[in-house]
Design a protein around this ligand. Sequence first.
Ligand code: CTP
Length: 404
Amino acid sequence: MELDKRHIVLGVTGGIAAYKAAELARELLRAGATVQVVMTQAAARFVTPVTFQALTARPVFCDQWDDRVGNNMAHIELSRAADAILIAPASADFLGKLANGLCDDLLSTLCVARECPLLVAPAMNVQMWSNAAVQRNVARLRDDGVTLLGPASGDQACGETGPGRMLEALELVEELVAFFTPKRLAGRRVVVTAGPTYEPIDPVRGITNRSSGKMGFAVARACRHAGAQVQLVAGPTALPTPAGVTRRDVLTAREMCDATLAACAPACDVFIAVAAVADWQVTNASERKLKKDEVGTTPELAFAENPDILRTVAALPEAPYCVGFAAESEDLQRNGEAKRRRKGVPLLVANIGHQTFGRDDNELLLIDEHGTQPLGRASKDALARTLVAEIARRIGADESASTP
Ligand code: CTP
């Protein structure tokens, strides 16, 4: 799981978004983290400590003078084992305290005494968020190296609309996963194709394939987590866009090719072709729906070969580092290596078995000029992380990467 072995101190301060912090605690646990909740007195007026205690199976601390910690130094002990402190929601008042180093309760003292990174997810009314003093405090916190997560814009509990909403629980978990990922591709531009393509036969019928897009979306997400600027060119799929990724939806192979070439210009460092692109398009597609009684006999389709997107990008004068994917039903290594050479790419990722469409896991084999390297069976997200590390190593981009 993506937050395995991470210990998070979840600080909850007084605001209506405190109700979302209960779900956040749950999602952090689900992602593999251990969670220690610390609340302010005001937070305990919105949600009781018992809720968090039941969810995390740990005592919840609210009081600086709590004598449950052996040496009676809860403000120091609670954060020592933490990989990060996440304050969600962070009220305007609490941001003010943090920006000024005040220590008048357990949570603020804990933050000042910390040795680990501090992330805050502001939540407040839109007017409060735009108040000059709050913005001053936020700017100072950024200068002090505190990571701001959000806020989002939208409907607020008070009935007003605008920036100030706390990010949703899953968005915060996603931000935390990204925060802990080494920035191996920082400053790099990456283009990823994903999903199937669709070749129309008439306005309501077409030829497509069973690709779900999950592997390509996982690769785009992992590149983003690694600090890259990512453009995703997606065939028809209902998957949500990974946070921070720019997405362009396309239908046909030709559209995918045009969108990919546009995304690769003027400069792209890495191109990862995960899409299952249709090899042929229907050249006699009808503008009107084909009607049985009008066609009379069985309709005949004529085909023309689609452009090979990967080969086209790999042949560009200033080609990016190109990575292909391949599903082979037999003789994986020989066919994979032949395909790698045919496409003119340094790295080909072969799916072991072709029943991976739509699944959340996969088994991959890397093929490059030195031979093959199995990545084993794992979730598509985990494989995408490993693949990104392998690509970064091959382009010499991971030397300066650091994990918080
Ligand atoms: N690919 C592409 N454009 C195409 C066909 C394939 O960019 N028109 C890319 C895929 O995204 C993948 C790689 O090429 O990264 C291999 O795709 P695959 O379908 O396995 O290879 P094909 O060239 O279509 O060969 P075949 O289907 O005959 O095995």
